[in-house]
Design a protein around this ligand. Structure first.
Ligand code: GDP
Ligand code: IMO
Ligand code: MG
Length: 440
């Protein structure tokens, strides 16, 4: 069984936690896009671990993790993460594999990311990790891949060309000082030596694993609404964070994916700029941010929080082809008296333009034009809260009735069943469910 797990909102849905739980039943864990802009948290045996580039299931013994070709790798960040994992007793020498086709992030990518953010008319709120500029080079066909990095001659030549080009940009567009070719060549050659033993032909590696009957678990980073095509463009990341990205970003055929699981929080969050129709007013924002500890796992930035938005989640269920969803952070809503769910939007300009000629401005589909989403007002349905602690609940049947009603309503609104519920950050605070009822 090969399973793809993706975020079905704007990232930070709890992918790390869910992947850790699902990893028990998998052999090979694969990241297929994004880079160290991701921060996936696992809390195991009372200790927190944040994964950035390495698949989140590796705290389990005997698993192997592949960083796929669709990922962009900052070698310094990766080596640091490997070091931290090793100090937790994980045999990183054995279990971390890296695709030779993955692209490499250099300091000039990071510098370009930062100066572009500082000078573009509308900020995107990127993580400043050089992710976008590295994917630009990949698409422009000037990028440097892991295979190049590990080949001294190819690397020296490709780096020379890149440094000449990037120094031109930095000077002409931003009046920034140049990067040193010699310094980069030396530093990155050192990284290459340390990473080379982990580098494999990713496609071949996964094909062999499948032929041996190994179970694969693909871990999306970011989320559907941050996908470069299907998200709230341009307020997105630069990769394909949807399920299709698992095929291109790992080199496996679409026909070999058996299941897709989307992850949603019981409410919604987003970091960075861009439209967010259900964003809370500030008083409620403070309450949920504190209770849900909604601060970025990578940058520490406070996350924007809002009610569950069924319109965006339904869009995510469709574009990913989700067979089921996992709902996390239900416990964060434990104290709410009333819970709102956004079931549609109202577009005030559309109803005005229609002038009463039949157009009401009612929208129930995700608008692909981000400027429409930006002016949409949420239409809410109110449900009673449960005002009970759910953090110790171990079975669906033990949940308070109002919590069950809330989850069943989400199933109906999304047209998909829930397969897992999480009520706390710890590994034990999650339980699998079959279909819990009402979805078709
Ligand atoms: P990811 O990027 O999707 O892996 O999510 P992050 O790790 O960035 O953010 C999720 C945060 O919520 C982390 O701090 C997790 O430890 C925490 N978390 C995950 N599931 C739950 C849950 O069910 N309840 C609570 N209270 N926290 C959770
Ligand atoms: P995980 O995997 C939440 C957001 C940034 C910014 C936009 C573009 O932990 O869910 P980038 O640096 O990628 O060019 O920034 O994407 N972003 C994330 N938001 N979770 C993430 O990852 C994110 N990775 C990028 O905040 O709005
Ligand atoms: Mg995160």
């Amino acid at each position: 069984m090969n399973i793809v797990v993706v975020g079905a909102q704007w990232g930070d849905e709890g992918k790390g936690k869910v992947i850790d739980v699902l990893s028990e039943d998998a052999d090979i864990l694969i990241r297929f896009q994004g880079g160290h802009n991701a921060g996936h948290t696992v809390v195991a045996d009372g200790e927190e671990f944040i994964f950035h580039l390495i698949p989140s299931g590796l705290l389990h013994k005997g698993k192997v993790g592949l960083i796929g070709n669709g990922v962009v790798i900052d070698p310094e960040a990766l080596l640091e993460e490997m070091g931290r994992l090793a100090s937790r007793g994980v045999d990183v020498q054995r279990c971390v594999k890296i695709s030779d086709q993955a692209h490499v992030i250099f300091p000039y990518h990071k510098r370009l990311d930062l100066v572009e953010e500082a000078t573009r008319p509308g900020r995107l709120g990127t993580t400043g990790r050089g992710i976008g500029p590295c994917y630009v080079d990949k698409s422009a066909r000037s990028g440097i891949r892991m295979a190049d990095l590990c080949n001294r001659e190819t690397f020296a030549e490709k780096l020379r060309q890149n440094v000449i080009e990037k120094n031109r940009w930095l000077k002409a567009l931003y009046n920034e000082p140049p990067c040193s070719y010699e310094e980069l060549l030396e530093r990155y050659s050192g990284y290459a030596k340390r990473l080379a033993p982990h580098v494999v032909n990713g496609t071949r590696f996964l094909r062999a694993a499948m032929q041996q009957g190994k179970r694969l678990l693909f871990e999306g980073a970011q989320g559907t609404l941050l996908d470069v095509d299907h998200g709230t463009y341009p307020y997105v990341t630069s990769s394909s964070a949807t399920a299709g990205g698992a095929c291109t970003g790992a080199g496996i055929p679409p026909t070999r994916i058996d299941r897709v699981i989307g992850i949603v929080k019981a409410y919604t969050t987003r970091v960075g700029e861009g439209p967010f129709p259900t964003e809370f007013p500030s008083a409620l924002m403070d309450v949920i941010r504190a209770k849900g500890k909604e601060f970025g796992a990578t940058t520490g930035r406070p996350r924007r929080c809002g009610w569950f938005d069924a319109v965006i989640a339904r869009h995510a269920v469709w574009v990913n082809g989700c067979d089921s969803i996992a709902v996390t952070k239900l416990d964060v809503l434990d104290e709410m008296e009333t819970i709102q769910v956004c079931v549609g939007y109202h577009d005030p300009s559309a109803s005005k333009a229609a002038g009463g000629a039949g157009g009401t401005g009612a929208i129930d589909e995700f608008p692909s034009d981000t400027s429409v989403l930006a002016r949409c007002q949420p239409v809410y349905e109110s449900l009673p809260g449960w005002r009970q602690d759910t953090s110790e609940v171990g079975r669906f049947e033990e949940l308070p009735e109002a919590a069950k009603r809330y989850l069943k309503r989400l199933e109906v609104l999304l047209g998909v069943s829930i397969c897992l519920i999480s009520t706390g950050s710890k590994r034990e605070q999650a339980f699998k469910v079959g279909s819990i009822g009402s979805a078709a």
